[in-house]
Structures are given as structure tokens and as C-alpha cells.
Design a protein around this ligand. Structure first.
Ligand SMILES: O=C(O)C[C@@H](Cc1ccccc1)[C@H](O)SCc1ccccc1
Ligand SMILES: [Zn+2]
Length: 157
């Protein structure tokens, strides 16, 4: 397991759409998942997307935990989502602080859907549909934006 370098905001890979994963049994993909988790934890993040570690693939990890800005954020087992699709998101939004591992030092309030339904593949290839709300929904929206080449700073009014 390696801690991978994190792409800075000016890297082209962060501004282009990532490709769907076609072969989850590929050992290189499974190693990437382990490396993304190690990198996320080393960076004290609550989420990470594959393009941030220079892999143009549709993979995200959400790992909410209580933190200074979100003291009541749920502590969750990190969830790996391969080829995540947001099936539904509430028109209702809530505004909260966001940061980005690729934009060090910048924090800004941003409105996100309060609730969403996601379909994704687990790292073992099982298809899952799950509902999220609050801070975890925020993380998932932030990470899915990375898969489409969108940085949170581009959404700030
Ligand atoms: O750059 C990333 O994608 C990871 C962000 C995820 C994030 C999503 C939504 C709201 C805040 C962060 C990093 O975790 S930035 C570090 C961080 C950690 C806790 C709270 C705020 C920022
Ligand atoms: Zn980010």
C-alpha cells in the first residue's frame, strides 16, 4: 500500500471526465483502492476521488468522521463506490463548508442537495443502491463532481 501524490487544482486530469471501471477483478484496480484509502487517511480527508491521485477512473471513497467543521458528522466505515451514479437528489439543499485536498487552504460554504440516492458497485462487484443525507451526501456530491472534472470552487457563487 502506497500513499499517492494528490493532484493540485491546475492539473488537467481534475478538469476532465473519468472513465467507468470495466474490470474490478484487475489486481491493479484493487491495489488502487487500497492506495486511495491510505492516501485519504494520511491526508485527514473525509473523501477522495481517483482523478485526485492521477487515475482517470470513476471511483470514490466517502469516509465521514467528526471533524472541527462538522463535529456531529457521523463516523462511518469508509465506503468505496465504483462507477457511482446519483439516481436522485433532493431539490432541498443545505449549505455547509467544503474544502478539497486538491485546493489546499481554501474553504468555502457551498449549497448541496440535502439527500440523495446513489447506485454503485462495491469493490467486490456487487451493485448497491443507498440513500444518504447531510454531510455524507455532501461528500458524495463533492467526490462525484471530481469524476466529472468539476471542482467545488467552480460551484461557489
Ligand atoms: O478533496 C476531496 O475530495 C476531499 C475533501 C472532501 C470534502 C467533501 C465535502 C466537504 C468537505 C470535504 C477533503 O476531505 S478536504 C478536508 C476536510 C475534511 C473535513 C471537513 C472539511 C474538509
Ligand atoms: Zn475535492
Amino acid at each position: 500500500t502506497r500513499i499517492l501524490p494528490i493532484a493540485a487544482a491546475d492539473e488537467p486530469i481534475l478538469h476532465q471526465p473519468a472513465r467507468a471501471v470495466t474490470d474490478l477483478s484487475d489486481p491493479a484496480i484493487q491495489r488502487l483502492l487500497d492506495d486511495m484509502l491510505a492516501t485519504l487517511q494520511a491526508a485527514n480527508g473525509v473523501g477522495i476521488a481517483a482523478p485526485q491521485v492521477f487515475a482517470p477512473l470513476r471511483i470514490i471513497i466517502a469516509a465521514s468522521r467528526p471533524n472541527p467543521r462538522y463535529p456531529d458528522a457521523p463516523l462511518m466505515e469508509p465506503v468505496v463506490m465504483v462507477n457511482p451514479q446519483i439516481l436522485w437528489q433532493s431539490a432541498e439543499t443545505c449549505t455547509g463548508w467544503e474544502g478539497c485536498l486538491s485546493v489546499p487552504g481554501l474553504r468555502s460554504p457551498l449549497a448541496r442537495s440535502a439527500r440523495l440516492r446513489v447506485r454503485y458497485l462495491t469493490r467486490r462487484g456487487d451493485s448497491v443502491e443507498a440513500d444518504y443525507e447531510g454531510f455524507i451526501a455532501r461528500i458524495i456530491q463533492h467526490e462525484c463532481d471530481h469524476l466529472d472534472g468539476i471542482l467545488f470552487v467552480e460551484r461557489v457563487e
